[in-house]
Design a protein around this ligand. Structure first.
Ligand code: B1N
Length: 826
């Protein structure tokens, strides 16, 4: 974008001007927040020209577009990332320095756009970055939550949730598009009529409530290619009086209700990761943004094309898990009721347009809406779902005559529920998992019946991450070093990072690599000192587990092992032990008791261990408050060890694992999700693998689980740490503080439901792997090779590769070149 020549003078003048017009201030008088706003508006000004140019080119070339439908986009901060992708970061940093402004300080003024929970939402954000960078026409479609993921405070060791008022100071990068507002209707009843002229069936929704959906567009800047795509997130506002039906005018009660609905619907992101809660408001959110997005997309298509039957030639809809799958019946409704297509034609269009990604096999995450709730809120949609189901079951019975078991398993409507995954699979032309192992489990276990009936739909797309944010922006020291060694091609073609492999044998290169790691550890140590008041030694091993808190991710295994190490150090002070800093970061869903207890346990262990002077600082435990995209960048850069210890088969892919690898941290993990592929790329000798295999876990599960008391009574060191949950060691004598954790492991009354995540079963194997980590780290030559090999072998895990695979196998898009928009700075 600044590729011609960055005009420092013009940029500085723009910033100065913005401070003046926005705040009636001079640069010296402005607050850091005001400077952030002023700088961002100057940057946005440049983006806008390319944004306009890009959309013009898409229009001219009439290129096929992917609509990525997602309830979550975990974008993080925009300013730094935009500057990186405009290839202007360093120039802007320098220009600001000349004005006595520190870009880092300015960046820290920006709140994270936390419109997502974890991996699923961040994946959507990485995909948008890759789509723009690879010149593909794309929209992200989602919700502009007033409150994103809650901010986490730790009080007295417990998590406290604080509302995330991220829009408080205004979002300089968004644009409200009032002119594209769409009406969305809920509830009421459906009246059926025959059109007297055409004789066609007509379905008229009556007595409904409605809201206006108003889009906000956010620019998605591609790297160095002038492409600017759009993330469109919908806000809600009440229908104004003059737009109301005759029937509703002057209906005061209804007016108030609709006002409340508009306020409520986009109010807050549901803070659940891998968990379905069945709330009516959540279904409202889903239908709200889907209906608005589909109306807008059809309108846009019809401006250029006469025949809606060919929609799939220009549009493909990717559904990010089942959360947006109400898109299937809604598209059917729009095609039949509004566009006048027959069922058969509408079905052909819909099933050639929609594709579905599955992100989890956790049973508690499956969306199964109660039929009475679903049909009341979306009466017409429900009729359509019934018809989809009816027609599908005819096919099932044709294929498997007399096999009612198949019908029960595959039906969309069953036991009073709408099974959204089944609908997505039936309607979608593609069903994909997010890592090889995950897709295999879908095909062979979870979705076996569907796979047998329609194997051609199934495919794998192993997840990826964007190296622009997680290396170029998050780890500038390493990024510059890599560019110095192999050129900057890796920024848009991560396979080139393999050029580092020969350097692994070069001792100087390794020393430099480790020196950069050390500097990044110093940066994190400083962050920890500022935020936690804890001194950590950057020469100790930084062992990091950052991700949402969930039992299947087994933060409990990690902290129990730390308790075990502490016992050993206390018992054998003479034992040689390489100093370790264990770092955690994790948010727990607000109502998830055991997850919250785990946070308290981590903090209590940290208190005891960090303040025990007798262990000479050999062990430190740190809980990073409010783990989010912005501090994640600092954590990945500083990690020595990447903890990826989920119960095998439970983590569909994981993406944090890839961010650690890219930044040179070997994986300590189970053979789960994408860990399997990471190990395949980097070699077993450059990872620390432990624990049950996914097949072993599945076998146990199919045979009623295992008995953790066997482990407990046969391994006194394990017994000791489990008992320490109850004996007051980490609770100032309170014997009840961790009772839920204790019961989850042992629950002696009901053994069949104990330790469902195989923590005790895998404990020894984990402790052994940790021992191997320590041995490897002691040999700094060996360790530096391992660390560098991880970076050098991370090429596969760029989201650019993932997106190229989606394009090749599912979306069939073509690249569109965009000439530079007018450069305001020249
Ligand atoms: O999606 C990520 C994967 O890398 C992770 O392994 C996977 O756990 C994650 C309901 C989810 N799956 N399902 C969810 C999120 C919110 C919600 O309300 C489910 N998140 C994942 C990307 O593929």
């Amino acid at each position: 974008m600044f590729s011609k020549r960055f005009e420092k003078k013009a940029f500085k003048a723009a910033v100065k001007d913005n401070v003046k017009t926005l705040y009636r201030k001079t640069i010296d008088e402005a607050t850091p927040q005001q400077l952030f706003q002023a700088v961002s508006y100057a940057v946005k000004d440049v983006i806008i020209d390319d944004w306009i140019e890009t959309q013009k080119r898409y229009d001219e070339t009439d290129a096929k577009t992917v609509y990525y439908m997602s309830m979550e986009f975990l974008m993080g901060r925009a300013l730094g990332n935009n500057l990186i992708n405009m290839t202007a970061y360093k120039d802007v940093k320098e220009a600001l320095e000349e004005m006595n402004i520190d870009l880092n300080v300015i960046e820290d003024q920006e709140p994270d756009a936390a419109l997502g929970n974890g991996g699923l939402g961040r994946l959507a954000a990485c995909f948008l970055d890759s789509l723009a960078t690879l010149n593909y026409p794309a929209y992200g479609c989602g919700i502009r939550y007033r409150y994103g993921m809650f901010k986490q405070k730790i009080k007295d060791g417990y998590q406290v949730e604080v509302p995330d008022n991220w829009l408080k100071e205004g979002n300089p990068f968004e644009i409200r598009r009032e002119e594209y507002a769409k009406e969305v209707r809920f509830g009421g009843n459906i009246r059926f009529e025959k059109d007297p002229v055409t004789g066609k069936d007509k379905f008229i929704q009556e007595n409904y409530e409605s809201v206006m959906a108003v889009p906000y567009d956010m620019p998605i800047v591609g790297y160095g290619n002038h492409v600017v795509n759009t993330l469109r997130v919908w806000d809600a506002k009440p229908i104004t009086d003059f737009k109301l039906d005759e029937f509703d005018r002057g209906n005061y009660h209804k007016a108030v209700e609709q006002e409340n609905l508009a306020k409520l619907i986009v109010d807050v992101l549901y803070p659940n990761d891998n968990h379905y809660s069945g709330k009516e408001l959540r279904l409202k959110q889903q239908y709200f943004f889907i209906s608005a997005s589909l109306q807008a997309l059809i309108e846009k298509y019809k401006k250029k094309h006469g025949d809606i039957r060919k929609l799939y030639e220009k549009v493909v809809i990717q559904m990010n898990d089942t959360h947006p799958t109400v898109a299937v019946p809604e598209l059917m409704r729009l095609l039949i009721d509004v566009e006048g297509l027959s069922w058969e034609d509408a079905w052909e269009v819909t099933s050639k347009t929609c594709a579905y990604t599955n992100h989890t096999i956790m049973a508690e995450a499956l969306e199964k809406w109660p039929i009475d709730l679903f049909s009341k809120l979306l009466p017409r949609i429900y009729q359509i779902v019934q018809e989809i189901d009816r027609r599908f079951l005819i096919k099932v019975r044709e294929m498997y005559p007399g096999n009612e078991e198949k019908v029960r398993k595959m039906a969309i409507l069953m036991n009073g529920q709408v099974r959204m995954a089944n609908m997505a699979i039936v309607a979608g032309f593609s069903v994909n998992g997010v890592a090889q192992l995950h897709t295999e489990i879908l095909e062979k276990q979870e979705l076996k019946d569907f796979y047998q009936m329609m194997p051609e739909k199934f495919n794998n797309k192993t997840n990826g991450i964007t190296q622009r944010r997680f290396l170029a922006h998050g780890n500038p020291l390493l990024a510059d070093w890599i560019t110095d060694k192999i050129g900057d091609g890796w920024i848009t073609d991560l396979s080139q990072i393999a050029k580092l492999k020969p350097l692994v044998e070069d001792e100087d290169a390794r020393r430099e690599f480790m020196e950069i790691k050390y500097q990044n550890k110093v940066r994190l140590a400083k962050y920890i000192k500022e935020h936690n008041g804890i001194d950590v030694d950057p020469r100790s091993i930084f062992d990091i587990q950052v991700k949402r808190l969930h039992e299947y991710k087994r933060q409990l295994l990690n902290i129990l092992h730390i308790m075990y190490l502490y016992n050993q150090i206390k018992e054998h002070p003479e034992m040689s032990f390489y100093p370790r800093t264990f770092i955690f970061g994790a948010k727990a869903a607000a109502g998830y008791l055991r997850a919250k207890e785990t946070i308290k346990l981590i903090n209590s262990v940290a208190d005891v261990v960090n303040n025990d002077r007798s262990i000479n600082g050999k062990l430190k435990v740190v809980f990073i408050e409010d783990y989010r995209v912005s501090n994640a960048e600092i954590l990945f850069a500083a990690a020595d060890v990447s903890e990826q210890i989920s119960t095998a088969s439970k983590e569909a892919s994981g993406t944090g694992n890839m961010k650690f690898m890219l930044n040179g941290a070997p994986t300590l993990g189970t053979m789960d999700g994408a860990n399997v592929e990471i190990v395949h790329e980097v070699g077993e000798e450059n990872a620390f693998i432990f624990g049950l295999s996914s097949q072993e876990v599945i076998n146990y599960e199919n045979n009623g689980g295992y008995n953790p008391t066997d482990v407990y009574f046969n391994d006194w060191e394990i017994k000791r740490v489990v008992d320490q949950l109850m004996d007051g060691t980490y609770s100032n004598g309170d014997h009840n503080m961790y009772i839920n954790l204790y019961n989850s492991l042992l629950n002696t009354q009901c053994t069949d439901k104990a330790d469902t995540y195989f923590i005790l079963k895998d404990f020894r194997s984990y402790a052994d792997a940790q021992k191997r980590v320590e041995e490897a780290y002691r040999d700094q030559q060996r360790w530096s090779k391992m660390a560098m090999m991880n970076t050098a072998c991370s090429g596969k895990f760029t989201s650019d590769r993932t997106i190229e695979e989606y394009v090749r196998d599912i979306w069939h898009l073509e690249k569109v070149e965009v000439p530079s928009g007018q450069d305001l700075f020249e």
